[in-house]
Design a protein around this ligand. Structure first.
Ligand SMILES: [Zn+2]
Length: 68
């Protein structure tokens, strides 16, 4: 289990939204992308992220869609 104190300082690498702990993963509270945690080290990389159902590429993530 990853330390909650550490999670508080982490954000989604795409949209900079807070993350929440979900078992072996950290999940973005905005786009729902899941980031694996290996040996207590969160892998906050888009390439390692598990995309939510219905999202086929990182470009489709809510965090990637920018409103101008
Ligand atoms: Zn996100």
């Amino acid at each position: 289990m990853i330390n909650e104190e550490i999670i508080k300082d982490l954000v989604c690498p795409i949209g900079k939204f807070p993350l929440k702990s979900d078992g072996e993963f950290l999940v973005c509270t905005n786009c729902s992308a899941k980031f694996p945690v290996k040996e207590n080290i969160p892998l906050l990389l888009i390439d390692d992220a598990i995309l939510p159902i219905g999202v086929n590429s990182p470009d489709e993530l809510k965090c990637c869609k920018k409103k101008s």
